[in-house]
Design a protein around this ligand. Structure first.
Ligand SMILES: NC(=O)c1ccc[n+]([C@@H]2O[C@H](COP(=O)([O-])OP(=O)(O)OC[C@H]3O[C@@H](n4cnc5c(N)ncnc54)[C@H](O)[C@@H]3O)[C@@H](O)[C@H]2O)c1
Ligand SMILES: O=P(O)(O)OC[C@@H](O)[C@@H](O)[C@H](O)[C@H](O)CO
Length: 368
């Protein structure tokens, strides 16, 4: 069984690559990072370390790399043989992956089942990839290609290891995949297949990721650098809980989760954020601030819903203000946000970028 995974980064190597390897797949990582590709083709293996007391280490072997721009023939060969193609590149990169992948898919000379799955922090990211691929190939692809959406959860910080391929990850992981869009009989062990993905993806995005954003943007305003430093401050924990109480309102109103189930889910997540064996930078967690302030993402979507329903949304309003103060010159989106705010003002920016109405913008501006 063969897999091609686009994005040999933290989630690619530390989560998706490991699950595929554990299921007996030979994984070809496709990336634009020459150093990582060269290392994969030299060592053909790396180690995943679990960040907990006496954490285990797992060898991931039989892997190789292709450079998406420099090795088109090898990529074409890998795509032609693949049983599964996954991505973990960032949702904004999916149109680029579609352009790279589409011609190779169109050339596939086989009808054996192929599942293509985007593993990104966004609602229905595989649909985004599918639409972009179809527009590249004039709506025609070989039959037996499935495009299941998925939700992925495992905290994998930026890595600082001696071996550039090794990855330290938290113990917890969850990969949920849409059952009905999956083609073929060979499902993956260690994955939860569900009929309706929306409750799972929104629960994950609006709990783990909204909470994470709260810690990052508030934590940065207090001068902290890492999640664990911020989580040592009771002010941050108390604010995080307020944020998650508000997103719980959104989730229990829209889906069948009970308040008790959501409370247990939140407790587990707070313990994950406090993991003392994991060092995660607030700059990583807050990266992509324009994406995080977009209308369907982790802050604005629950905020607008609660505002429209006249339900408490004061912590989420503050979260927008903290995000606007995000100061990270390594994040190109933060630099762009700053420029756009200079040009249009806070009101103009939130109205145009986050599509918020004047009343909500006024509330946000007076929230802190
Ligand atoms: N790190 C986490 O905790 C985590 C958890 C769940 C989901 N995610 C999601 O997974 C995705 C990847 O996150 P990450 O933390 O692994 O990021 P990362 O930066 O570590 O990895 C992204 C990889 O994509 C590669 N890439 C960029 N452009 C490319 C292109 N055009 N073609 C091929 N490869 C390209 C980069 O070189 C990099 O190796 C994001 O959508 C993120 O939201 C991350
Ligand atoms: O990857 P982002 O930028 O969408 O979000 C940052 C973090 O919240 C995220 O990477 C989490 O660590 C991850 O989603 C946990 O499953």
């Amino acid at each position: 069984m063969k897999a091609v995974h686009f994005g040999a980064g933290n989630i690619g190597r530390g989560f998706i690559g490991k699950v595929l390897h554990d299921n007996g797949y030979a994984v070809t990582f496709a990336d634009v990072n020459t150093e990582i590709i060269d290392a994969l083709n030299k060592d053909h293996e790396y180690t995943v370390h679990i960040s907990e007391e006496n954490g285990a280490s797992y060898k991931i072997s039989g892997v190789n790399g292709v450079h998406t721009a420099n090795d088109p023939d090898q990529l074409s060969e890998a795509v032609s043989q693949a049983d599964i193609i996954t991505t973990a590149v960032g949702v904004n990169i999916l149109p680029i992956i579609a352009k790279t992948l589409a011609p190779h898919l169109a050339n596939r000379q086989t009808d054996k089942p192929l599942n293509i799955i985007a593993c990104e922090n966004a609602v229905l990211a595989t649909d985004t990839l599918k639409t972009a691929i179809f527009s590249e190939v004039n709506e025609t692809l070989p039959s037996n290609v499935g495009f299941p959406n998925s939700a992925v959860d495992r905290i994998v910080p930026i890595q600082k290891n001696d071996n550039i391929l090794d990855v330290k990850v938290e113990p917890f992981f969850e990969w949920v995949i849409e059952k009905n869009s999956w083609v073929g009989e060979d499902t993956l062990a260690g994955v939860n297949y569900v009929e309706d993905l929306m409750p799972y993806i929104e629960r994950k995005l609006f709990t783990v990721n909204t909470g994470h954003a709260g810690i990052a943007y508030y934590g940065k305003t207090l001068g902290y650098t890492t999640v664990s430093e911020a989580m040592d401050d009771e002010k941050v924990v108390s604010y995080l809980k307020q944020v998650l109480e508000e997103t719980t309102l959104y989730l229990t109103h829209n889906y069948d989760f009970t308040e008790v189930e959501q409370k247990q889910y939140i407790e587990k997540i707070i313990a994950r954020f406090k993991n003392p064996y994991l060092s995660d930078d607030l700059d990583r967690v807050g990266r992509g601030v324009l994406r995080k302030l977009s209308p369907n993402d982790r802050i604005v979507k629950p905020l607008v819903y609660l505002h429209n329903q006249n339900m408490d949304h004061s912590a989420l309003s503050k979260l927008v203000m903290f995000a606007l103060q995000f100061n990270n010159s390594d994040d190109p989106e933060q630099i762009e946000m700053k420029q756009r705010i200079e040009e249009a003002g806070v009101k103009g920016f939130l109205s145009e970028h986050s599509q918020l109405d004047d009343k909500l913008i006024e509330e946000i501006r007076s929230s802190i």
